[in-house]
Design a protein around this ligand. Structure first.
Ligand SMILES: NC(=O)c1ccc[n+]([C@@H]2O[C@H](COP(=O)([O-])OP(=O)(O)OC[C@H]3O[C@@H](n4cnc5c(N)ncnc54)[C@H](OP(=O)(O)O)[C@@H]3O)[C@@H](O)[C@H]2O)c1
Length: 278
């Protein structure tokens, strides 16, 4: 495939996050000029403050469009529509949207991106492996016990490195225009099975417990999590983990011509670099 946008400035939103950071590193490695943006990045970009958008978009031709906190929260479609309009006006020609599997609210945002008049690619991802190493969940894994309101529902967890590889291909190569890639790992695992594999490969027992939705909400409230976030997390775990997303998809192979990374390989590598060592 040809590299058609190699010398054009690319804006990476959520640029300090799990996928954005990886996308930015890969683009820089390919010699693509990158502008990393978030509330704390050198280029300040805040989804809740449109006055920060024009400077971030100035001179940009392609955007890795990752929303925060999640495309399923109220207000996301409005923000995505306003951003797409601003992006087109600024001369952006290519948008690569990070979306989530099984979220009808996210699909509303996907439709907005499809209709905004630029080239587009959608990467619709499963639950990231890196939630177990780079988010609040990492602390629970490290402490030896994770508890969520999810029972024996398997999830085909996916590697954020695979997501970044697909996003970068879509941002820099031809052939991904107008494509929707469902990105998952090769196997679906329950949270209990995932903790079992971490236990086996680290040699330290990590237990898993299933909470009722009320127990989960009470635990978050007790830990001082803001009400809005509690409501979103409760929705996420009690609505999305009903089996709708359990089937692995072939997006990594379709986009890159290779298989996605397996959870065991991720765990082995994370354990070797001490990701769960206190
Ligand atoms: N995690 C998953 O398993 C998963 C799965 C599928 C899809 N997704 C999608 O991935 C996106 C977020 O991923 P994540 O939850 O894993 O977090 P993340 O990308 O690891 O971290 C959030 C990023 O967004 C930035 N951010 C937070 N609030 C912002 C705001 N108001 N304006 C601009 N930037 C902001 C943060 O940087 P600053 O703090 O510096 O602003 C950080 O770079 C969401 O759109 C979600 O739907 C996640």
């Amino acid at each position: 495939m040809t590299n058609s946008t190699q010398h054009e400035l690319t804006l990476v939103l959520n640029g300090t996050g799990k996928t954005g950071r990886r996308v930015a590193e890969r683009l820089a490695g390919r010699g693509v000029p990158v502008r990393v943006a978030s509330r704390s990045a050198e280029t300040r970009f805040d989804w809740t403050d449109e006055t920060t958008w024009p400077a971030a978009l100035d001179g940009v031709r392609a955007v890795y469009l990752a929303y925060a906190p999640d495309l399923a929260v109220p207000g996301a479609p409005k923000a995505i529509a306003a951003f797409c309009e601003a992006a087109v006006e600024a001369g952006v020609r290519r948008l690569v949207l990070l979306s989530g599997r099984g979220e009808s609210e996210a699909e509303v945002c996907e439709d907005i991106v499809r209709g905004c008049g630029t080239d587009w690619t959608i990467v619709r991802a499963a639950w990231f492996f890196q939630n177990f190493t780079e988010s609040d969940f990492a602390g629970y894994v490290r402490a030896g016990h994770l508890a969520l309101p999810v029972g024996d529902v398997p999830e085909p967890f996916v590697d954020a490195d695979d997501i970044a590889d697909v996003a970068v291909a879509a941002l820099t190569e031809d052939g991904h225009r107008g494509r929707l890639y469902e990105l998952t790992g090769p196997r679906a695992l329950t949270f209990a099975e995932a903790m079992g594999e971490i236990s086996e490969l680290t040699g330290s027992e990590v237990g898993y417990g299933t909470l009722t939705p009320d127990e989960f909400t009470a635990a978050l409230e007790g830990a001082g999590v803001p009400a809005e976030e509690v409501a979103f997390l409760a929705y996420l775990f009690t609505t999305l983990f009903d089996g709708r997303n359990e089937r692995p998809a072939d997006g990594v192979r379709r986009a890159l011509g290779r298989e996605p990374r397996d959870f065991r390989d991720f765990v082995r590598e994370a354990a070797a670099r001490g990701a769960w060592t206190a």
